[in-house]
Design a protein around this ligand. Structure first.
Ligand SMILES: [Zn+2]
Ligand SMILES: [Zn+2]
Ligand SMILES: [Zn+2]
Length: 491
């Protein structure tokens, strides 16, 4: 049932009051809750008819016209926090489960034994394309904006270094000290080829692992596999950083999809191989047109590979909870989200324009045969066309599996509520393996019908999330205490 308390928070729009006083409010709020209080739910109009699979008998019709607004509301499913806090929160939760299952196991069909496999938390950065204003990392010693820049003025008469301290929300962070010195074309071309750099990195890493074990790559495949999960993070300068979890497994079979590697290698050994692979990987990019030059692209120098600590004695220095939460958070951010609210961001605008300009030049020079022919399509992502979050098949469970589990959970709960005597909604008809459902819905729009409805959904979403977060935190604290207690007992 919906807690009426959820709706009593600072809702100001008069249409909200109209909704709350209407006869159908309870049914409407149930629908709103079933979308998870999505910010911009999809509105569907139509019917779902249920038939008996064997006899063909028509058993039940669910009609959107029986619902308060004559439409069925469905989650928008947007993963971006700036678009829909509710759906992105759900996505982030799924991501967290997926990553944490791959790190610690014991969840979602991944055995606990994966927590003994060597695991590395890797960050691959973009190189520098010019000096930008930067902030001190939270928690670190405050430091001057530009540390290693040369003194004096650039050829455009602008200072090469900045001695200020910038707060994390300073709009100048990520802006170049001199836009005319900044290599916009270089960054765009690098970002365009970044997925290829990653692909070559994974190939090189597998090769290096085999070489260091003194065997061919083919022979090594019988003993071990390298599994990945990676997430892209936009920096304020619009360049992508890749954060990845790299895990060593044995060769999987259908019976045992997550076996332990058949070699004894510590995580620190895997971290060294990651660094070696990252430092050596290169992509030679073609010039955009006759006025451009060829480039050799590499990752930035700030490559970081850390063993992930699962057991206190293996000397790792990052915790599994930390990496899973960190990666899950980045999975909900997109290019546009790096800009500070409101302020026009000249640097990001110029990056976008550079994508369009280079694409135009490439098309003029080589037509659609140019490797940059589609660059313009990715201008809003500043040229990054890679998947934001991706993983090798055997890293963990899939997002699809998690969604199915959740759907089943909600269906079971609803069925339980219905049979417990609370008023069931029209769509809680029992769907079993003996029935077939024919959906005939059409899209009629997106978003809540009035500003008041939207405000109600938003305030309920905030309240629901706060409640859920506090419950999760309490549960995690409880688990931690339990683990700690057990560790003490078994010393
Ligand atoms: Zn949504
Ligand atoms: Zn500065
Ligand atoms: Zn300059």
């Amino acid at each position: 049932m919906i807690d009426p308390e959820l709706y009593t928070l600072d809702v100001e729009d008069p249409t909200a009051l109209t909704r709350m006083l209407s006869d159908g409010f309870e049914d409407w709020s149930k629908q709103a809750a079933s979308t998870g209080f999505c910010s911009r739910p999809v509105r569907l109009f139509g019917q779902a008819r249920t038939f008996d699979r064997r006899s063909g008998q028509h058993l039940h019709t669910f009609d959107s016209r029986d619902l308060p607004d004559s439409v069925l509301y469905v989650r928008c499913g947007n993963r971006r926090a700036s678009r829909c806090p509710s759906c992105s929160h759900e996505y982030q939760g799924d991501m967290w489960h997926l990553l944490s299952a791959g790190v610690s196991g014991g969840d979602k069909g991944v055995p606990e034994s994966v927590s003994t496999h060597p695991l590395v938390f890797l960050t691959l950065t973009a190189p520098s394309f010019g000096t930008v204003h930067s902030s001190t990392r939270p928690g670190a010693q405050p430091r001057q904006c530009t540390v290693n820049a040369a003194p004096g003025l650039c050829e455009h008469g602008r200072p090469r270094r900045c001695t200020e301290h910038h707060d994390a929300d300073d709009a100048r962070i990520g802006q170049p000290l001199c836009p005319d010195c900044y290599d916009y074309e270089g960054q765009t071309v690098w970002q365009w080829h970044c997925p290829e750099l990653w692909r070559r990195f994974t190939i090189r890493l597998r090769r290096l692992v085999a070489t260091h074990l003194g065997m061919s790559e083919k022979a090594s495949r019988d003993l071990l596999r390298v599994q990945f999960a990676k997430v892209g993070e936009y920096q304020k300068r619009g360049a992508i950083h890749l954060h990845a979890l790299v895990r060593l497994d044995g060769a999987p079979t259908d019976q045992e999809p997550f076996p332990s590697p058949a070699i004894d290698a510590p995580a620190s050994w895997l971290a060294e191989r990651c660094l070696e692979a990252a430092q050596g990987v290169e992509v030679d990019s073609a010039p955009v047109d006759g006025n451009d030059c060829a480039r050799t692209l590499r990752f930035g120098r700030q490559v970081d590979a850390r063993p992930v600590q699962r057991h206190t004695d293996d000397g790792g220095d990052v915790s599994p909870e930390m990496v899973a939460a960190y990666l899950a958070k980045y999975a909900t951010k997109a290019a546009g989200d790096v800009a500070a609210e409101g302020a026009p961001n000249r640097h990001l605008k110029r990056l976008r324009e550079t994508c369009l300009e280079l694409c135009g030049r490439a098309l003029l020079a080589d037509g659609f045969a140019s490797p940059y022919a589609l660059l313009g399509k990715w201008a809003d992502a500043f040229g990054f066309r890679g998947h934001f979050a991706s993983k090798s098949r055997r890293f963990s469970t899939t997002l699809g599996t998690l969604r199915d589990v959740r759907r089943k959970y909600h269906r079971d709960r609803e069925r339980l509520e219905t049979s417990a005597g609370s008023s069931g909604t029209a769509d809680s008809f029992d769907v079993t393996e003996h029935t077939v459902v024919i959906n005939e819905f059409r899209f009629v729009g997106q978003g809540w019908l009035t500003p008041g409805d939207a405000e109600l959904a938003r305030s309920a979403a905030d309240a629901a999330r706060e409640w859920k977060d506090s419950r999760c935190a309490a549960r995690r604290l409880h688990e931690k205490g339990k683990n700690h207690g057990e560790a003490l007992l078994h010393r």
